[in-house]
Design a protein around this ligand. Structure first.
Ligand SMILES: [Zn+2]
Length: 200
């Protein structure tokens, strides 16, 4: 039996998502056939707007509706303290703790020689530019406690030391973190790793 083309097309789209195999893709697609049309229209509109209505903040590279993003343009945030993270989701995780009052910088990845991701493929240069403009007192490196995250932290340390001599460079207290990704860490763990940060 041939599957109707609109169904086959959606199954194919779902299958391209991470963690979705052929069975899940079929299940999701047939599930959506039972959902009211109005909800499907909303869903389609959200997908359509996802990239059209967002930008990367020109300062911190976070995904935002406005440029600069609400965090960079918030006068209550400490602009002299930058936390460097791999992904925008890491910002969400730290914002949930409410314990960090500085600003962020999103690399959008980590150095990974096996996948040909070098320093030029992630947003390291814009971070160096921010440091060179002065005013920054501390950079907290919050890349993941993985091989790639550690390699990125080491590289950053070297580059940042060259760019500024008065800068404090710290790393989250990773001994406390057990998972590989910060975004999965709970709020207590993240708060402890922030408080337990050490000089690099
Ligand atoms: Zn920003």
């Amino acid at each position: 039996m041939k599957i109707a083309r609109p169904i086959a097309a959606l199954i194919e789209s779902f299958q391209k998502l991470p963690g979705i195999g052929p069975k899940s893709a079929q299940r999701l697609t047939y599930y959506l056939l039972h959902v009211p049309q109005i909800q499907l229209d909303d869903f389609a509109e959200s997908i359509e707007r996802l990239k059209k209505d967002t930008v990367l903040c020109s300062i911190c590279k976070n995904v935002s509706e406005a440029d600069p993003c609400p965090i960079c343009s918030d006068p209550a945030r400490d602009q002299t303290q930058i936390m460097v993270v791999e992904q925008p989701l890491d910002i969400l995780a730290f914002e949930k703790t409410g314990k960090f009052k500085g600003v962020y910088h999103v690399l959008h990845g980590a150095i990974n020689p096996l996948e040909n991701i070098g320093p030029d493929e992630i947003y390291i240069d814009p971070l160096i530019d921010r440091i060179k403009k002065g005013k920054i007192k501390e950079v907290i490196i919050a890349t993941n406690p993985t091989m790639e995250g550690e390699a990125t932290a080491m590289y950053l340390k070297k580059q940042l030391t060259i760019s500024s001599s008065q800068l404090a460079i710290t790393r989250l207290g990773m001994g406390i973190l057990t998972g590989a990704d910060l975004e999965y860490a709970d709020e207590v763990t993240l708060t402890q790793s922030l408080e337990g940060r050490r000089k690099l």
